[in-house]
Design a protein around this ligand. Sequence first.
Ligand code: LLP
Length: 420
Amino acid sequence: MNHFELIGGEMHAEQVPLTSVARAVGTPVYVYSTATLQRHARVYKAAVALAGPRTHVAFAVKANPNLAVLRVLANEGFGADVVSGGEMARAMAAGIAARDIVFSGVGKTRAELAQGLDAGIGQFNLELEEEGVVLAQMAAARGLRAPAVLRVNPDVDAGTHDKISTGKAENKFGLPIDQAPAIFDRLAPLEGINLRGIAVHIGSQLSSLAPLEAAYTRLGKLVADLRAAGHLITHVDLGGGLGVPYRAGETIPNPEELGAMVARVTRDWDVELQFEPGRAIVANAGMLVTEVLWVKPGVTNPWVIVDAAMNDLPRVALYDAHHEFSAVRPSGKTFTANVAGPVCESSDVFAKNREIDLIEAGDLAVLHSAGAYCATMASMYNSRALVPEVLVSGDRFEIVARRVSAEAIMGEEQVPDWLE
Ligand code: LLP
């Protein structure tokens, strides 16, 4: 459920008409709904809390790192799953306590490991044995014991787009699950490390719980094996991955179903269960507002050329993703058209051959489900401005990320003196 709806024939975010945002801020612009973020956060947290007495939910910052969005989630009691020093700094700047931060990622630098140790973050999710050795040395040199878990690769096909699958043996993520016990034996005794559990994340936008259940079942066996070998296992990080409905009428397992499955599979694990949801919390809490520039005749269908492009919302070009497109003031009439941005690439197309609201130049439109992995993946390709973000709450709205102009970035560049 989200708080974007037509009120008096016009799309609103909560009580704010999107035309007001467009008039004040210009287009393209991302609009997020606080009430939707809060609702999704509460539903997810309550659902997974049913899985066990000790649960920790860390928002996957990569999905939407905007400081205001992170603050909303911090206020809901969320920790953060971060994958870089930059994300760590953001999470802390937004008010998330260091102890509630989990640091994932396949290529952490020594500087980032040091940053995490010095900040006192809650957990390092290790991707390889050498990383554990280096972390232990760095922690010992500081008189610390770094809390850590091993991320394993359970070799499960998540059944999602290839480019967002992470749990198959051929993917770069995690350690082969059968090697985990030997690595545990070697790392656990090191002075600077408190190796206390395991982690998994098999992919994103999962439309079925079956692959997650298969992965978690393998983890359960590993927990038992590690304990049998004498290790103290107190934490298991179950990752993120729950999908969201991108198409009208699409059904996707909900957080309650996830919580019930986790409760069943982990019943006798006796650990703190950790979760790292990203998309499920933020995707449907955001929309991208755009203006129609031209309606250009096409060979089969007209091209609706909008002022948002693949640099602002790259998911369609990257993963063949589907985002619903609708008019901010729909007339009730529809036509079959293509929707594209101005970038000079044939992949800069948001919809092909789709029945959409009848729309003309100068009208405003929205791309739906744009709260996750959209603004955060934006670039300035074609020297376009970096898209701004707005947060709505009730009848208020505020710019939470200003538009960054192409001129501002040009100011960071320099032509060397020795070029004439
Ligand atoms: N934990 C780890 C270790 C991850 O790598 C990810 C996402 C998450 C949690 C959060 O997963 P979620 O709950 O959001 O599915 N840019 C792509 C998605 C990339 C996901 C990367 N990892 C997209 O736009 O679909």
